[in-house]
Design a protein around this ligand. Structure first.
Ligand SMILES: [Zn+2]
Length: 189
């Protein structure tokens, strides 16, 4: 990206990537981004360190600074050890794909042990399923359904969800963010 272009994009399109005090993103999906106003405010409140900048200045009568593109919290926020059981988190655990056929369309949830047979709505019994697989399985037990489950449902850790979140980057990623986003994935491969 050349500087001329960057200097001309609107400030609203210049959010800061927010890292925890360990320099890993606070969240991968959605990616932890703060508006430029919040980023600048937190710099002044001394809550963050500036890790990298955009190639553009912001000015007021009393100060001038480069717009932060990556900031890191000064105090570490411990991630929840057990992520909440929400629709979004179940989809994220299952990488937004039907656990029977792999489709990403019309996603809904299937109770492995059907509710009609006493199946509970929790991490261990709910899987992401597309609506046609959901209908196909209906109230049957898996072993009578002629369908194969990709992965047995489980309670994910925050780490598991972060790992999956990396597969869903936003459309726009600033070059200065890259070192903090996917390097550990590359090391794994
Ligand atoms: Zn399906």
């Amino acid at each position: 990206m050349n500087e001329f272009v960057e200097k001309n994009v609107s400030l609203e399109k210049c959010p800061a990537l927010v890292l925890n005090a360990d320099y890993r993103p606070l969240s991968y999906y959605p990616l932890s981004l703060w508006s430029w106003q919040d980023a600048v405010k937190s710099v002044f409140l001394d809550r963050v360190v500036i890790v990298n900048n955009y190639d553009r200045q912001i000015r007021s009568p009393s100060f001038e600074m480069k717009l932060p593109s990556v900031i890191a919290l000064k105090s570490y926020i411990a991630p929840q050890s057990k992520p909440s059981f929400t629709r979004f988190n179940v989809f994220l655990r299952d990488r937004f794909s039907c656990q029977y056929c792999g489709s990403g369309e019309e996603l809904t949830f299937d109770h492995l042990l059907p509710r009609s047979k006493g199946g509970e709505t929790n991490w261990g019994n709910v899987v992401t399923a597309c609506s046609s697989c959901n209908v196909k399985k209906g109230g049957k037990l898996l072993k009578f359904s002629d369908m194969k489950l990709n992965q047995h449902p489980y309670q994910p850790s925050t780490e598991d969800l972060h790992k999956n979140g990396k597969h869903f980057p936003p459309n726009y990623l600033h070059k200065s963010w890259m070192d903090y986003l996917y390097w550990d994935v590359e090391l794994e491969s």
